[in-house]
Design a protein around this ligand. Structure first.
Ligand code: FAD
Length: 289
């Protein structure tokens, strides 16, 4: 163990919402040039055994000397022995994470936030529209559906990235397809080796046959993509209450105390990140959105 061991491996905290518990990096998978998935296991075995989360929730990743960042849990909520976080290296905390190695430890607070409505959407067709780093918070939904495939109707994942090199988890698509999920992938810019779709997610979304009465749409990605997916979904007469969106906002405390992530009457950390769109619609035109 290296970097953050000195302060990190202390007694596990009882209140995991306020103080971090320490988790060891057991593996690192490089997804793209600036995104990696970190597989973590709590140093305290009882903490690991008792930790659970719902698809769509996030942890605050804590690095002593650098601060904290909200990061979605990208692993299978049915797997109790490890926790996955897929992280893009963009700023202070995440760039510091990029320098960590297997065996280093990291602080985690959580899980926080609302989750995708995996139970409420049983019996429905599911349309997942996702872009870029918006796929990690939706991957636990995909795993949940795979484990409970008979409970859902037609399931489509439409996923887009800037280029083929920016796609998350490409080695998993075949498994997802074999589990009965229609995985449709598109890139904004192609090269001669790309055999698939080219164009942005909302553009392709328009082309799919959707039964508006029984389809639930889940969307996460760049806000411009979310905005156009929602416009298209509404144009297809999908009811507001069947559209769910996960939002990212700068946040600090993760538990609705500091107000950093406020959106209208909501705290994204506590009332979100997953919102049913009918709740969000009045604030949809706020400047930041
Ligand atoms: C619920 C939730 C889930 C998330 N899940 C993930 C996830 O799964 N994976 C992931 O990679 N990220 C995720 N994020 C985003 C992540 O929390 C942010 O990117 C976070 O800011 C990274 O922390 P950092 O300290 O590395 O970056 P920061 O130092 O906070 O910088 C982040 C970006 O913001 C810019 N920036 C910083 N300060 C300012 C400022 N004052 N004004 C304008 N721009 C500024 C930086 O240039 C950089 O581009 C999630 C966010 C939320 C809210």
């Amino acid at each position: 163990m290296a970097a953050f061991q000195t302060t990190a491996v202390s007694t596990p905290r009882a209140n995991h919402w306020l103080e971090p518990n320490w988790a060891e990096i057991t593996a690192i998978a490089n997804e793209t040039s600036d995104v990696s998935t970190y597989w973590l296991k709590f140093v305290d075995p009882s903490m690991q055994a008792n930790y659970s989360f719902k698809p769509g929730q996030f942890n605050m990743i804590h690095l002593p000397g650098f601060g904290e960042a909200a990061i979605s849990i990208s692993s299978d909520s049915g797997e109790r022995d490890k926790i996955g976080h897929t992280i893009r290296f963009v700023g202070n905390v995440t760039r510091a994470v990029s320098r960590l190695k297997v065996g280093d430890v990291i602080g985690l607070r959580g899980p926080f936030g609302t989750s995708w409505p995996v139970e409420e959407m049983e019996g429905k067709d599911i349309f997942i529209a996702s872009g870029g780093i918006g796929l990690p918070p939706l991957r636990p939904v995909i795993y949940h559906i795979m484990r409970n495939r008979e409970k859902y109707g037609k399931v489509t994942l439409l996923y887009g990235a800037r280029t083929a090199r920016d796609l998350m988890y490409p080695s998993e698509y075949e498994n997802w397809r074999q589990a009965g999920i229609d995985v449709e992938v598109s890139v904004d810019r192609s090269d001669a080796n790309w055999p698939g779709r080219v164009g942005v997610v909302p553009m392709w979304f328009y082309q799919f046959r959707i039964d508006a009465r029984k389809t639930v749409v889940l969307t996460c990605g760049p806000e411009i993509m979310i905005r156009f997916v929602i416009f298209e979904a509404l144009a297809r007469r999908i009811p507001l209450e069947n559209i769910y969106v996960s939002l990212e906002r700068n946040m600090k405390c993760g538990q609705g105390s500091c107000g950093h992530c406020q959106l209208g009457p909501y705290f994204v950390c506590k009332d979100g990140p997953v919102f049913r769109f009918d709740a969000l619609q009045p604030y949809f035109n706020l400047e930041e959105f």
